[in-house]
Design a protein around this ligand. Structure first.
Ligand SMILES: C[S@@+](CC[C@H](N)C(=O)[O-])C[C@H]1O[C@@H](n2cnc3c(N)ncnc32)[C@H](O)[C@@H]1O
Length: 218
């Protein structure tokens, strides 16, 4: 796990170029954000936000007045996210360096409110992040604790594709293991178990799984 954390920190300046904005994974981010059905002015949590590749899609929906709370354990990935926000003139971006599996949600809430945010958010999202966490259930619990009752929660993550095109499965397995993701974790099952009004989506021959649901009272 420490090695994976170092990997993301070392490659942070190259992350957007190397892996993330290739069209395969952008499709999942866009579908995930779309499924949150966000309104202008909403506050959204992005757990394992990395370099902020969801921010553009989120800002298109919540506008400048809306707030993004990005949480990531890598200071270097967050520095890239900060740079991106500054470059685009996005305001109301709160970035918090924290391990989502061990940090008490109370301390995250304190950090959010001390930076002008609301204690509970309207929605929470994790794209390609929970499958890297151990245990991923702790990251999911944080998402739930930071979201208001009735708010939407979305997990976008990866599994082995169902495609019969030769090499596709092996390639997906390789990409995930290089990135430190557990392709067998299937964290979206938590949305099905813990939320109501669940919608599902898939892309890229089943490699990308998108689940979104509504938070019940916690
Ligand atoms: C594959 S990247 C995905 C980044 C972004 N969500 C995206 O869609 O491009 C996974 C991110 O999760 C972060 N991460 C992994 N484990 C974490 C943990 N326990 N707590 C917080 N962030 C974590 C990594 O630092 C990395 O930035």
């Amino acid at each position: 796990m420490i090695l994976i954390a170092e990997k993301y920190s070392s490659f942070a300046p190259l992350y957007d170029l190397m892996s993330a904005e290739i069209p395969i994974y952008r499709a999942g981010r866009k579908l995930g954000v779309q499924s949150l059905d966000l309104r202008a002015g909403a506050q959204v949590i992005d757990v394992g936000c990395g370099t902020g590749l969801n921010f553009r899609h989120l800002k298109e929906r919540i506008g400048l007045a809306g707030t993004i709370v990005g949480i990531d354990r890598s200071a270097e990935m967050l520095a890239q996210a900060r740079r991106k926000a500054t470059r685009h003139g996005w305001t109301n971006i709160i970035l918090i360096q924290a391990d989502a599996t061990t940090t008490p949600s109370e301390s995250i809430i304190e950090s959010i409110t001390s930076q002008g945010g609301r204690p509970l958010s309207d929605a929470a999202l994790a794209t390609y992040a929970l499958s890297l966490m151990n245990p991923w259930e702790a990251g999911w619990n944080m998402m739930r604790k930071l979201t208001a009752p009735g708010g939407r929660l979305c997990i976008v993550d990866m599994q082995e594709p169902t495609s019969r095109i030769p090499g596709t499965r092996a390639l997906a397995r390789l990409a995930c293991s290089l990135g430190g993701a557990d392709i067998t974790a299937h964290p979206w099952k938590a949305v099905e178990a813990d939320c109501v009004d669940v919608t599902d989506g898939t892309a890229r021959a089943g490699h990308l799984q998108i689940r979104t649901g509504r938070q019940t009272a916690t």
